[in-house]
Design a protein around this ligand. Structure first.
Ligand code: B1M
Length: 210
């Protein structure tokens, strides 16, 4: 499917406007939105990630690619989510303190909305106190934390410790994820669930609240 390759190439070059146009064109041609996400947008982002690791591209190039990714995802969002009338539960979603990566977190938000949850996206670089105060304020069922850096993974533990200290740990389902996070890390810090991707996160969250 040539158009998906083109989307991947344009994303790598950071051409947000062209990415938007081609994502819309792919939808108009009847290509499955999940296929456009995985084989167009995410495949381009993975190539950029590999180049970043090998010092073939640097932060500015990654940043424009990330903007192009978000522009493409915005076109796909209405197709990927079909929200019912009454939410089945509420979740807080954020990227932990010290971490500015939001592409995976945004996908998690989108998939959770699609699963029928009411979502409160509290952004990136979120302090432990802010996860908890927002969860308390909106009477959330789930606290979802994303981390992309090995150096920010401990912030997840800080949130769980703060919940314990306040006697609130049992009130919330705590879910963690992000590229460096693992099942064993989740167990070690006392999270309820680790899921490897946004789709699985939404499936597990749905089962956990109903
Ligand atoms: Co950064 N970065 N970055 N970066 N970046 C990584 C993560 C890195 C692996 C690159 C590398 O060296 N290979 C590396 C981390 C190394 C490490 O810690 N081991 C890294 C680094 C080092 C850095 C900086 C320190 C670089 C610097 O400044 N020298 C810096 C840190 C800034 C900060 O956060 N304080 C930095 C900055 C940036 C940009 C700003 C340029 C940009 C982010 C833009 C943005 O997000 N708006 C960026 C990007 C884009 C990346 C890479 C290339 C791509 C990340 C991404 O969006 N992937 C990344 C390399 C890579 O991952 N290959 C890299 C696509 C996204 C869909 O995947 O987020 O993993 P991901 O989400 C997945 C799953 O993990 C899961 O669902 C998604 C799929 O469905 N998931 C969850 C995510 N959260 C979940 C939560 C859940 C469940 C599942 O439950 C709650």
């Amino acid at each position: 499917m040539e158009i998906l390759g083109e989307i991947s190439e344009l994303l790598q070059k950071g051409r947000a406007k062209n990415v938007k146009v081609l994502v819309q064109q792919a939808l108009d041609e009847g290509i499955d939105p999940k296929k456009i996400l995985n084989e167009g947008l995410l495949s381009g982002m993975m190539i950029i990630g590999e180049k970043f690791k090998n010092n073939d591209v640097f932060v500015p190039e990654v940043l424009v690619a990330a903007r192009a990714m978000n522009a493409g995802v915005a076109i796909l969002e209405p197709k990927l989510i079909e929200v019912g009338n009454k939410p089945i539960g509420k979740a807080i979603v954020g990227t932990v303190k010290g971490d500015l990566h939001d592409i995976g977190k945004n996908l998690v938000v989108m998939m959770l909305k699609g699963a029928g949850l009411e979502i409160h996206d509290i952004g990136v670089d979120v302090e432990a106190e802010d996860f908890i105060s927002k969860a308390e304020e909106v009477e959330a069922d789930i606290i979802c934390m994303s981390a992309l850096l090995t150096t920010t993974m401990p912030s997840m533990k800080t949130v769980i410790e703060a919940l314990n200290e306040k006697g609130l740990r049992d009130k919330y389902i705590v879910m963690v994820g992000g590229a460096p996070v693992s099942e064993s890390f989740a167990e070690q810090i006392g999270a309820d669930y680790y899921t490897p991707d946004a789709t699985t996160c939404a499936e597990v969250a749905k089962k956990a609240v109903i």
